[in-house]
Design a protein around this ligand. Structure first.
Ligand SMILES: [Zn+2]
Length: 280
């Protein structure tokens, strides 16, 4: 990606170096760890059930490595590009896009959705309309999920911003209510539709990034590779050796690739209606 020298978002909030106390010798967020989903985009209401071990948090100066400084700058540019893309899409529809903040954290963070540890991966919290990311996730993305490259990293941010757009459009709330009334299998299926739509919205961002000359040869392939790497089928196979589609919450690798591509090729929100389609 040709990202250097571009506008940086003003909405990045740096909370790295925040430390949470320990209570009774129990490690940080034990409950959360047990529930950790091994990939980003988890529904925070499912995963973030932990409470901080102690209410006391202190901020200590955070020493970032040159690589982290570069990633911070990169994330700021990607967020700015999402603001531009969604700002003009909303404006074209006569609406105003409310920009989300992006919170950088290290190890653990307190959000309106609960207390989270870095192991949950990046997430979006509808309660405070913020994207949360621990930059160390990007090492996992490369080494554990086999999805290297800066565009793969940008896709992660764009997907979470996709959840923000769903919140602004009222989609998240409608879906949350529907899931509460549904059986577990049905609720999972609704979650898949919501996640695939966020992938499609990430594709819309990529469509705009391409038009603003941000992308280079190979970038889209990186994005597609990342989408495939975090499909439920592939992750389940990695962790347990078998695949159970009714427990999918994000969609298969093939579906994630398809919906990202659809957003990328069309650039239109209408084409991302994963809730209306019969075949995902
Ligand atoms: Zn997601």
């Amino acid at each position: 990606m040709r990202w250097e020298g571009r506008r940086t978002s003003q909405n990045v909030e740096d909370r790295r170096g925040m430390r949470f106390g320990r209570a009774g010798g129990i490690g940080l967020g034990t409950i959360v760890l047990a529930l950790v989903a091994a990939y980003f985009g988890v529904d925070p209401s499912v995963v973030l059930q932990g409470t901080p071990p102690s209410q006391q948090a202190e901020q200590v100066p955070y020493q970032e490595s040159p690589e982290e400084a570069r990633l911070r700058a990169f994330v700021g540019v990607v967020l700015a590009e999402t603001e531009d893309a969604w700002g003009s899409i909303f404006a074209a529809a006569g609406q105003t896009y409310q920009q989300p903040s992006l919170v950088l954290f290290s190890s653990a963070v307190q959000s309106a959705c609960g207390f989270a540890e870095a192991a949950v991966g990046p997430f979006y919290c509808p309660g405070d309309r913020q994207v949360y990311i621990d930059l160390s996730f990007y090492q996992d993305l490369q080494s554990r999920f086999g999805a290297p490259g800066d565009f793969a990293q940008a896709y992660v941010v764009a997907h979470e911003v996709g959840h923000h757009v769903q919140t602004l459009l009222g989609i998240s709330e409608r879906n949350r209510a529907a899931r509460q009334r549904a059986s577990e299998v049905e609720a999972n299926a609704l979650s898949v539709r919501q996640e695939l739509q966020a992938d499609c919205f990430a594709g819309i961002w990529a469509h705009n990034a391409d038009r603003s000359q941000l992308l280079e040869a190979g970038d889209i392939e990186e994005g597609l590779n990342a989408a495939a790497a975090i499909g439920d089928d592939r992750l389940q196979k990695q962790s347990s050796g078998y695949v159970s589609p009714e427990s999918f919450t994000h969609g298969s690798s093939e579906q994630r690739v398809r919906w990202f591509k659809r957003g990328f090729e069309s650039g239109s929100v209408e084409s991302c209606d994963t809730f209306a389609t019969r075949s995902l």
